[in-house]
Design a protein around this ligand. Structure first.
Ligand SMILES: Cc1cc2nc3c(=O)[nH]c(=O)nc-3n(C[C@H](O)[C@H](O)[C@H](O)COP(=O)(O)OP(=O)(O)OC[C@H]3O[C@@H](n4cnc5c(N)ncnc54)[C@H](O)[C@@H]3O)c2cc1C
Length: 419
């Protein structure tokens, strides 16, 4: 039944209301579009909008785009300006480099396994695609203030209207209004990072195959400084550090970043003739701690709203899009059965556990290991001397069994005692 209009407020009725039109929300809307369901997608910003990010898009992003409808992957390849990236170069706390290609063996006739693409462009590419579907209604520049779950629908109140839907999806980022209104999933400051980034021109010595670069900082482990090559000779560079360490050490992100650029033995020479072309901007990242309570009666949480950022790398775009893909299957099933209970929606939590559980436990192990500079240096030295070991590490990007190995503390214990 359609609700009566309230004075100065419009009421809209939909099947699905998605809050947030970043990679998670837009991917979900685009993936559900062919079902013909009436979809509302609400974002507090107007697109194109900036998003503070390192701009690195992992292979997972490519894989999800490939499975999305209506040739979106091909359009991404043809239309979006981006830098292809073939691997990652780590610098250990002792400043030794380790280059790991994303694909082993690397064959250049394949499509690049990753990209670096300004989020303002990537997110806008996804957002503009929403306009192709008459069953998707966009509410741009509308902030969601309140969610109210009733027995047979959900009411989503923005600053100007109320939207009614069968189901609400929280894809509204770190400080998700949906999570805070309907879920018990909490942001945990112990698993919270701060990161600052700026764009630069004139940075030198990039890897010839545009490897993304992570410089692990001995005095601040597991914090790292990143340098990612962007188009037109630009670089996206920044610093990520656990929030607790930042507070304990009373660090100013901006000052620490400036100091690294001026003094760090590996970073400073590369920035000697560089100019910062945008102001540095900081934002928080909620690292995944567990994969529980991602859904409940008439709601699901995706991406950063579900706190799905990889604890080691800080990567979140791929997980945001992957969570949207997993949600698509579960939402279709809910509409087929006409049931939106927490029991039915729990299938989403299970899918996420299956899909991301292993990767997250590997990352959590790597994060623990990254606290020990000597062990970190040992791994890098061994990989540089021993080709099969290096290939084993590189294959972790694509091989679950290798990830399982890296998630096991015994792996590191054996390494230390040399067996
Ligand atoms: C400095 C930094 C660097 C990073 N670098 C990388 C990287 O290189 N690669 C990577 O993969 N990840 C990176 N991440 C993580 C990545 O940015 C996030 O994981 C990713 O943006 C998550 O996508 P999302 O769609 O879940 O949320 P978001 O991208 O945050 O989108 C949420 C959307 O919801 C909207 N919204 C929020 N509140 C409301 C509301 N109340 N009402 C309506 N709309 C609302 C926002 O306007 C926004 O458009 C980085 C993060 C930081 C902070």
């Amino acid at each position: 039944m359609r609700l009566l209009s309230l004075p100065l407020m419009l009421n809209h009725e939909f099947d699905i209301a998605i809050v947030g039109a970043g990679p998670a929300g837009a991917t979900l809307a685009l993936s559900l579009a062919p079902t013909g369901r009436r979809i509302a997608i609400v974002d507090k910003q107007l697109f194109p909008r900036e998003m503070i990010c390192g701009d690195a898009l992992s292979g997972q992003v490519n894989n999800v785009l490939k499975r999305m409808p209506d040739g979106i992957y091909q359009d991404f390849l043809d239309q979006v300006v981006k830098t292809p990236s073939w691997g990652v170069r780590f610098f250990s706390p002792g400043n030794d480099p380790l280059e790991l290609p994303f694909l082993v063996p690397t064959t250049k006739d394949q499509e690049p396994p990753g990209y670096i693409c300004p989020r303002v462009d990537f997110d806008n590419f996804l957002f503009q695609r929403l306009k192709n579907y008459s069953n998707i209604e966009r509410f741009e520049g509308r902030t969601v203030k309140e969610i109210k779950t009733e027995s047979d629908h959900v009411l989503i109140t923005t600053d100007t209207q109320t939207i009614q839907a069968e189901l609400v999806v929280g894809a509204d980022g770190l400080n998700s209004s949906v999570r805070q209104s309907v879920s018990e999933r909490q942001l945990d400051k112990g698993y919270y990072c701060m990161a600052i980034r700026a764009y630069f021109e004139g940075v030198t010595d990039f890897h010839p195959e545009n490897f993304i670069e992570l410089v692990f900082l001995k005095e601040l482990l597991p914090a790292y400084f990143w340098i990612f090559p962007e188009v037109n000779g630009r670089a996206n560079a920044g610093l990520g550090i656990p929030y607790a360490d930042m507070i304990k050490k009373r660090l100013s992100l901006k000052q620490t970043m400036e100091q690294l650029i001026q003094e760090h033995p590996l970073i400073a020479p590369r920035f000697r003739n560089a100019t910062m072309v945008t102001k540095p901007k900081a934002r928080g990242l909620a690292l995944h701690r567990n994969l529980k309570q991602l859904s409940g009666d008439r709601y699901l949480l995706l991406g950063d709203a579900a706190l799905l950022v990889d604890p080691f790398t800080g990567e979140g775009v791929g997980n945001a899009m992957a969570s949207a893909e997993s949600a698509t299957a579960v939402i279709k099933d809910c509409f087929n059965s006409g049931e939106f209970s927490s029991t039915r929606l729990h299938a989403y939590d299970k899918r996420i556990e299956r899909r991301m559980g292993m990767e997250h436990s590997t990352s959590a192990s790597l994060l623990r290991f990254a606290h020990f500079p000597k062990l970190f240096d040992l791994v890098v030295r061994k990989a540089n001397k021993n080709k099969p070991f290096k290939e084993l590490l590189a294959s972790a990007f694509t091989n679950d069994d290798v990830r399982k190995k890296l998630a096991n503390p015994l792996f590191y214990a054996r390494l230390v005692i040399g067996i």
